[in-house]
Ligand binder design. Structure first.
Ligand SMILES: Nc1ncnc2c1ncn2[C@@H]1O[C@H](COP(=O)(O)OP(=O)(O)OP(=O)(O)O)[C@@H](O)[C@H]1O
Length: 221
């Protein structure tokens, strides 16, 4: 805690993209707040690495609005994000686990990204089918999470992120629980979905090899 993360790249970045400008945060008002300065370009895929406890998850929570900074500015394409509640931010997040509801089918879990009350129109169902195809899980619509492998569950969670059509995708150690071969497969899936959907993607990982494999840029906190 207390260290300054200076990752503002030199002149090349405009005010478009995601900007954290002197964002300061502390849990329980401790006297050594974290400070974040970051500038991520539109469409960039950035990996965030650093030792345990340095503040990687906190950084994502500040961007998504689950934590509130003491001071500083946070904007996306010039729009202030701090005044927006989490649900209205242009952000969707994939966590390491607990992404899916056990009592809902694959289709319903993805549908939650479209409509929290699951009142899905024929168009929504079509969108869910398209999302299932993009993660190569066609035909598994009626399965429950317990009937899927760990990798398949994370694919479904990723599909739910995609149907939300938010321009910023945050990934918090999303594949750490998977074996290396599957992790590699998931990383390349993220890479291609990121490209196809022109997403600004931030992925937290404690594995430097994963960061190097996937990212346009690696930021070490
Ligand atoms: N809810 C909380 N209340 C108080 N302190 C917290 C809370 N959550 C995290 N912290 C502390 O804030 C610091 C940053 O935590 P954070 O989870 O962001 O780190 P991290 O870099 O993601 O770690 P890891 O790689 O282990 O997941 C740590 O020192 C942690 O103990």
């Amino acid at each position: 805690m207390g260290s300054e993360h200076k990752a503002l790249p030199s002149q090349s970045v405009s005010r478009s993209g995601l900007i954290l400008d002197q964002i300061r945060f502390s849990y329980n008002n401790s006297n050594s707040p974290l400070t974040f300065n970051l500038a991520i370009n539109p469409g960039e895929l950035v990996a965030i690495t650093g030792p345990s406890g340095v503040g990687k998850s906190t950084l994502l929570n500040l961007i998504s609005g689950f934590e509130t900074p003491l001071a500083g500015k946070l904007s996306f394409n010039g729009e202030d994000l701090l005044s927006l509640p989490p649900a209205r931010r242009p952000v969707t997040t994939l966590f390491q686990e607990h992404n899916l509801f056990a009592h809902l089918t694959v289709e319903q879990n993805i549908g939650l990204g479209l409509h929290p009350g699951l009142r899905l129109s024929p168009k929504d169902h079509k969108e869910i089918q398209t999302a299932l195809a993009s993660i190569s899980l066609e035909g598994l619509n009626k399965r429950f999470p317990a009937e899927l492998s760990g990798g398949q569950r994370q694919r479904v969670a990723l599909a739910r992120c995609l149907v939300r059509h938010r321009p910023i995708l945050l990934l918090d150690e999303p594949f750490s629980a998977l074996d290396p071969a599957l992790r590699e497969e998931m990383l390349s899936l993220v890479r291609s979905l990121h490209k196809e959907n022109s997403l600004l993607t931030l992925m937290v990982t404690h594995l430097p090899s994963d960061a190097e494999k996937i990212a346009d840029r690696v930021i070490q906190l």
